[in-house]
Design a protein around this ligand. Structure first.
Ligand code: GTP
Length: 603
């Protein structure tokens, strides 16, 4: 394809601002899908289970558009994941494009999430075309949103779209869709590249398709990708034979080749997604490129937690389910873990909390597993007195205090965007979580706050608290900024005198007492009464810092259970049995499943 006729762009939007609907409209307007297929596709999208790999996962579509100037262009539209946990994947998608459509809801305006992606897009030197979507809504305020885009993001938006302003559109009614296509062609620069240079293609994404095996989404920079070519992944060194080259429209279309500037897919008989690395450079075995593309990063888990079957008999099922999930998502890691309290399970690493929740939810829903998830933990760097440094993923593995010289914890830079009236309580929340305020600015009745926070203080319930304090109006985004030394200690929780490993956590020394007291109070409410008194204690290095006691069950209550008519007794036993399935025996105490997570929320 003639390079000057290619346009590669991504779509950036805040959740719910209409990205998918708009993408479907663009596909429909350029003839990629009929009205009927479009509604079918939307349906498929909702049904993750069906694993129609291509159209769902790679929301990358090639469109042919004949513009008003009579020329036909080849547009590649690339969807980007909309969450901070997937920032690296987003960065690779953006690196594969020359421009971006910034979709902003005409009633909601600019949100923090949008900002993070836009700034990344600007860093990639993208030409950004703002689109104000949902102008059909009665609450739409396109003029206000245009000004917001200029003020907050600093890109032109207020002029007519033909002169570089924002395009007004409704993905619902179809209004403005053609204007978007015209603006894309006119404003996004074509790619550059050298067809005769050694092959250099970026691995943008990969996924497992039940029919095709591992499918790799690529952006060719230089050279040509063809069927039958022996290729090499420069980062992991493996070699493969290309057996298919194509693009999605969004239906699969096989092509002869992918030339410079083009986005498309290849398959090469690769068995597992884990054998491919996002950001890797693909070159040829025969005439390899001298240097890999910049920007490659290895995937790193940020948050770890234990995953245990609620019923120990389900361990094998859990193992199989996790292995199946891994086929499609190589970005979480797992290894076997044995807990004294919970038995056999896995220690799993995730890109962030949302990623953790997605995997947890999929295991529960798609694989029908009852899970106990232990306290999420970040990765600490422990400097031992002997001079060695270890990475700690599990509080249970913390070395003895006498061997520790110092502990570093990960920090993040958080950007919060919130209407004025909720500012006070949000500042207090950040302050309570050991935050350091870096910036506070007001734009159009809203505050933008930048805080540095220890990740440890964010992983439990920060986001939930933020949302509830602001009645859902605050948006939140973060990026890691490295490790810093902290005054950290391991707090153990003892139930009836025995430490429960799944409840131990690493906390800031100053906050330990409050935290410990809170945990004990929560557990007191969560653990049912037994026939005997149960002390619940929080301890640091053997020293008790908080204590609660669950009183013994009163005699006459139990007496009643055993007396009375037989059917009532049966019912009671039935109930107890049901309750039991969700309990974990610990020593001679039963701890309900919810306790493991609920106790960690700070409320
Ligand atoms: P995520 O996939 O969750 O990131 O959301 P998204 O940004 O892809 O938004 P999506 O396309 O799913 O749209 C969100 C909601 O807004 C849906 O209920 C759409 O029907 C609705 N919507 C999208 N575009 C328009 C529009 O132009 N007008 C109106 N009134 N509603 C729209």
């Amino acid at each position: 394809t003639d390079l000057s006729k290619i346009r590669n762009f991504s779509i950036i939007a805040h959740i719910d601002h209409g990205k998918s609907t708009l993408a479907d409209r663009l596909i429909q307007a350029t003839g990629g899908l009929t009205e009927r297929e479009m509604s079918e596709q939307v349906l498929d999208n909702m049904d993750i289970e069906r694993e129609r790999g291509i159209t769902i996962k790679a929301q990358t579509v090639r469109l042919n558009y004949t513009a008003k100037n009579g020329e036909t262009y080849e547009l590649s539209l690339m969807d980007t994941p909309g969450h901070v946990d997937f920032a690296y994947e987003v960065s690779r998608s953006l690196a594969a494009c020359e421009g971006a459509l910034l979709v902003v809801d005409a009633a909601q305006g600019v949100e923090a999430q949008t900002l993070a992606n836009v700034y990344q897009s600007i860093e990639h030197d993208h030409e950004i075309v703002p689109v104000i979507n949902k102008i059909d809504l009665p609450a739409a305020e396109p003029e206000r949103v245009k000004e917001e885009i200029e003020e907050i993001i600093g890109i032109p938006a207020t002029g007519p779209w033909q002169e570089g302003g924002a395009v007004l559109a409704s993905a619902k009614t179809g209004e403005g869709i053609e204007d978007i296509l015209e603006a894309l062609v006119a404003r996004i620069p074509p790619p550059t590249g050298d067809r005769d240079a050694p092959l250099k293609a970026m691995l943008v994404d990969s996924w497992y398709d039940p029919y095709l095996g591992v499918v790799i989404l690529v952006r060719v920079i230089d050279g040509v990708l063809k069927k039958g070519l022996a290729i090499k992944f420069m980062q992991n060194g493996t070699q493969h034979l290309v057996d298919r080259v194509g693009c999605m429209r969004p239906k699969i279309e096989q092509l002869e080749e992918l030339g410079p500037g083009e986005i498309g897919f290849i398959t090469a008989q690769i068995k597992e997604v884990a054998d491919t690395a996002v950001g890797d450079t693909i070159t040829t075995v025969k005439n390899p490129a001298a240097k890999a593309l910049p920007g490659y990063k290895e995937v790193q888990s940020v948050v770890f937690c234990g995953l245990f079957p609620a019923d120990a008999a389900d361990f094998e099922k859990l193992r199989e389910s996790i292995a199946k999930l891994r086929l499609n998502d190589a970005s979480f890691t797992f290894e076997m873990e044995t807990s004294a309290a919970l038995g056999q399970g896995f220690r799993a690493g995730f890109l962030g909390l949302l990623h953790l929740e997605i995997i947890q939810e999929r295991l529960t829903r798609e694989y029908d597993l009852d899970l106990i998830t232990t306290a999420p933990s970040v990765v600490y760097k422990i400097h031992l007195s002997k001079g060695e440094t270890i990475e700690l993923h599990n509080p249970a593995d913390m070395p003895d205090v006498t061997q520790i010289a110092s502990i570093d914890e990960p920090w993040i830079k958080a950007t919060i965007y919130v209407p004025d009236e909720y500012l006070g309580p949000i500042l207090k929340l950040c302050q309570d979580r050991r935050g350091i305020q870096k910036q506070l600015t007001y734009v159009a009745g809203r505050a933008q706050i930048i805080y540095e926070l220890p990740l440890n203080e964010v992983v439990f319930d920060f986001y939930d608290r933020l949302k509830s304090i602001s009645r859902g109006y605050a948006s939140f985004d973060y990026e890691p900024i490295g490790h810093r030394e902290g005054d950290l200690v391991k707090m153990e929780i003892m139930v009836n005198g025995d430490p429960v490993d799944a409840l131990s956590m690493i906390v800031n020394r100053d906050a330990a007492e409050t935290r410990g007291r809170h945990m004990c109070e929560r557990l007191k409410d969560l653990i049912p009464r037994h026939l005997f008194k149960i002390p619940i204690q929080a301890a640091i290095g053997g020293k008790i810092i908080a204590r609660e006691t669950i009183g013994a069950m009163r005699k006459d209550v139990t007496a009643k259970c055993y007396g009375g008519d037989i059917s009532r007794k049966k019912k009671l036993l039935e109930k107890q049995k049901k309750g039991k399935a969700k309990m974990r025996e610990y020593g001679n105490v039963s701890i309900p499943q919810e306790a493991f997570i609920a106790a960690l929320k700070m409320g």
